[in-house]
Design a protein around this ligand. Structure first.
Ligand SMILES: [Zn+2]
Ligand SMILES: [Zn+2]
Length: 244
């Protein structure tokens, strides 16, 4: 079946040239849809030591030498509501360009290629529920899809656990977090999320999915809402992370 899909895709590329989502070069018979070989090879995971709590990369590997569970200054100061957070790749080109095309330019066909970037090896063994970070209904109307749900769906092709996409909801339309200071971000998101059916999250170990971890305020607010509704653990998993 995969062979046939490849042939069809190549035929489609002849009729309708497709460009690489990373660098814009015209694609011919590259193995991953929407990526040239070179851009695909450039997407490499974050390596080196990270904070066990929020996934922030440490400047020096020494940070974990004497205390493997060492958390970063920011996590010690403001304990996150989630149990732990991981990000797979730095939010840098070509992945950043591809994610922007996917999210802001409506190139939903990229979901499958981006989904190939998920890894399941580092995830907790016991997970009950997968949840994407929700977007506000008016943004959903404008964008027509929730990028986090499409990515969660791709990941779930491997995890195969219940995927819940309409229980955690976004109540308020908020200005982009990146434009705000920390205290303004917290205020901006306060009571922005709600759980419609708390019974479904009670005592559950939840994996919360988003495309990019930027300041962590959004996922933390979601985690707090889920914990208040009775969730046992909330783990945060994002494809990319902005690096300082
Ligand atoms: Zn490329
Ligand atoms: Zn941390």
């Amino acid at each position: 079946m995969q062979g046939l899909a490849d042939v069809l895709r190549r035929l489609l590329h002849i009729v309708l040239p497709v460009e690489c989502a990373g660098c814009g070069v015209a694609l011919s018979n590259d193995p991953v849809p929407f990526f040239c070989r070179s851009c695909w090879a450039d997407i490499s995971p974050i390596d080196g030591p990270v904070c066990r709590r929020c996934g922030r990369p440490f400047a020096s590997p020494v940070a974990l030498t004497f205390s493997p569970d060492h958390s970063c200054g920011s996590c010690r100061k403001n304990h996150p509501a989630y149990t732990s957070a991981w990000s797979l790749y730095p939010y840098t080109p070509p992945l950043r360009d591809a994610l922007c095309l996917f999210k802001y330019r409506g190139k939903v066909a990229l979901a499958e290629a981006l989904g190939r970037l998920w890894r399941t090896s580092a995830l907790p063994q016991q997970l009950d529920l997968l949840m994407p970070v929700p977007i506000h209904p008016s943004r959903l109307r404008e964008r027509e899809f929730n990028q986090s749900l499409l990515l969660a769906d791709q990941l779930n092709r491997r995890l195969q656990i219940p995927l819940s996409f309409d229980n955690l909801v976004r109540l308020r339309f908020t200005v982009p977090q990146t434009e705000l200071t920390r205290s303004a971000r917290l205020k901006n998101l306060r009571r922005a999320f709600a759980v419609r059916r708390p019974d479904e999250v009670r005592e559950k170990r939840i994996l919360l999915i988003d495309d990019v971890f930027t300041t962590g305020t959004t996922v933390n607010e979601c985690a707090q809402t889920l914990r208040k509704a009775g969730a046992a653990d909330v783990y945060v998993y994002t494809l990319a992370r902005t690096l300082e």
